[in-house]
Design a protein. Structure first.
Length: 143
């Protein structure tokens, strides 16, 4: 019985996403120098989906969120987490959000950016992962 209930909830939750074919892409540089600022842009293809939605992304230590733009979305930053919240997604089938990140001058290595997009409609919650993106942080070239 528990499995059946889980299956029904799981199917019902993702049914809206499946019908509306939500896809997400993230654009950021693959390699950056420590101590610099770069931009992250996330594009959400959401078809006709018009729900309460939230896009959340956590950044690794040493990455500082500076500012963000999300059109109709409310931009919220809390330590190393950024959120874009829509009370209702706009009609446009594609929406974009972006934010600026400053990398601490003393870090280097490979870091992974990941997050989630969630949408609640008719008391159903659908959630999908934002495709992960790896960024290599290197020390600035000596001048």
């Amino acid at each position: 019985m528990k499995f059946y209930l889980f299956f029904c909830l799981f199917f019902g939750i993702f049914n809206s996403f499946a019908q509306n074919e939500v896809t997400i892409s993230m654009d950021a540089p693959n390699e950056i120098e420590s101590g610099t600022i770069f931009n992250i842009e996330i594009k959400i293809q959401k078809s006709q989906l018009r729900c309460f939605a939230e896009m959340t992304q956590s950044l690794p230590a040493g990455f500082k969120i500076i500012s963000g733009q999300g059109g109709a979305a409310e931009f919220v930053k809390n330590n190393n987490e950024v959120k874009f919240i829509w009370l209702r997604l706009p009609q446009n089938p594609q929406i974009s959000v972006s934010y600026k990140v400053e990398v601490a001058p003393n870090i280097e290595g490979n870091f992974t950016l990941k997050g989630n997009f969630a949408c609640q409609e008719n008391n159903r919650l659908g959630k999908i992962a934002i495709p992960e993106l790896s960024i290599k942080v290197k020390k600035p070239a000596k001048k």
